[in-house]
Design a protein around this ligand. Structure first.
Ligand code: AMP
Length: 190
């Protein structure tokens, strides 16, 4: 069983790459952003709560996010492995994920980061915002806030996984196929 964390700043291409990798490695793709957006669309209580944070570009509180992620994992008992996309985003989430997987006799195999320059990504998100319909992609101030959240709360996870010798990074700029290839090289060598 392999469990991969796909890591990177907003707009780095995690979702795009996950679409290719999940089929190639037979992994269950869990994107916390997608699950929140699904709940918003269906107007669930969770969706209503998450929306108040997401619309501003703030992270949704750990407690809510961790619980949601754990129930998604529990809902896929026959999975051959997971591809975590957009989770964990805080040290509390990373610790909770490690303990949760350990309780199931599993662990994170590797964290693979897609690296790209902030300015390129901000432009990419503004471009995506024209068609994605996502309020958090349409306003530069909200986008900048997402980067502040990333730098403050998510960036420390790189050291967390480096200490566990589970951190890998690839250049996230290039064609979609080239980047899939770079990620595959890392995963094939695990
Ligand atoms: P994403 O689709 O991954 O860019 O996530 C969109 C938004 O969903 C983020 O800006 C957060 O508001 C929320 N979100 C997604 N994943 C998490 C997470 N692991 N922890 C907290 N908030 C999250």
């Amino acid at each position: 069983m392999i469990n991969i964390v796909l890591f990177g700043k907003p707009g780095a291409g995690k979702g795009t790459q996950a679409e290719f990798l999940k089929g190639k490695y037979n992994l269950t793709h869990l994107s916390t952003g997608d699950i929140f957006r699904f709940n918003i669309k269906n107007e669930t209580e969770l969706g209503k709560l998450a929306k108040t944070y997401m619309d501003k570009g703030d992270l949704v509180p750990d407690e809510v996010t961790i619980q949601m992620l754990q129930s998604e994992v529990d809902n896929n008992p026959d999975s051959a492995g997971f591809l975590f996309d957009g989770f964990p985003r805080t040290l509390a989430q990373a610790g909770a994920l490690d303990r949760f997987l350990e309780s199931k006799g599993q662990q994170i195999t590797a964290t693979v980061a897609l690296e790209a320059d902030d300015e390129i990504l901000v432009q990419r998100l503004l471009e995506r915002g024209k068609t994605s319909g996502r309020p958090d992609d349409q306003d530069e101030e909200k986008i900048r806030n997402r980067y502040d959240e990333y730098n403050e709360k998510t960036a420390p996870l790189m050291d967390y996984y480096k200490e566990q010798e589970k951190f890998y990074a690839v250049d996230g700029i290039g064609s979609i196929a080239d980047i899939t290839e770079r990620l595959s090289t890392v995963i094939d060598n695990l």
